[in-house]
Ligand binder design. Structure first.
Ligand SMILES: O=c1ccn([C@H]2C[C@H](O)[C@@H](CO)O2)c(=O)[nH]1
Length: 144
């Protein structure tokens, strides 16, 4: 189905995404969530344009406003492991059901994947651009 990338999910040469495999990585990350307050674990996995996979889980805090969404952890891993652009992401809730990212995280995804970044959703994938129309972003600041 897909030319295999680093984690067997996709590759820069193959825009076709193995959503089941990407979702499985998100579920794996969700299993590490620290969500004692909301009891709403979230996991996310992203395919990077060089074929590697980055992931994250939500990490809550007794000071609720300091909670880190799963996407924050994923984007941190993206930067810490060499950067690159997110091509596709799958985010899941505690049941493994696709979750469309919160507003703040849509902005994070726009920064690191752009409007064309694919987002797992029901009944089928959507894009960051569809989830965050008219986005404010790096271009407004003249930043690459
Ligand atoms: O896109 C989202 C939306 C929510 N959460 C987390 C934050 C909090 O820990 C819990 C409930 O909002 O879900 C994420 O990680 N990502």
């Amino acid at each position: 189905m897909v030319a295999l990338g680093v984690d067997g999910i996709g590759s820069p040469e193959s825009p076709e995404i193995d959503w089941d495999a990407l979702r499985a990585k998100a579920v794996e990350a969700m299993g590490h969530a620290y969500a004692p307050y909301s009891k709403y674990p979230v996991g996310v996995a992203g395919l990077v344009d060089d074929g590697r996979i980055v992931s994250g889980c939500n990490v809550e805090n007794a000071s609720f406003g300091l909670t880190l969404c799963a996407e924050c952890g994923m984007v941190s891993q993206l930067a810490a492991t060499g950067g690159g652009r997110l091509v596709a992401i799958a985010c899941v809730d505690g049941n493994g059901t696709p979750l469309t990212p919160c507003g703040r995280c849509r902005q994070l995804l726009y920064e690191h994947g752009g409007a064309d970044c694919l987002v797992d959703a029901e009944p089928g994938p959507t894009t960051v651009g569809a989830l965050l129309p008219g986005a404010f972003g790096p271009a407004h600041l003249g930043t690459k």
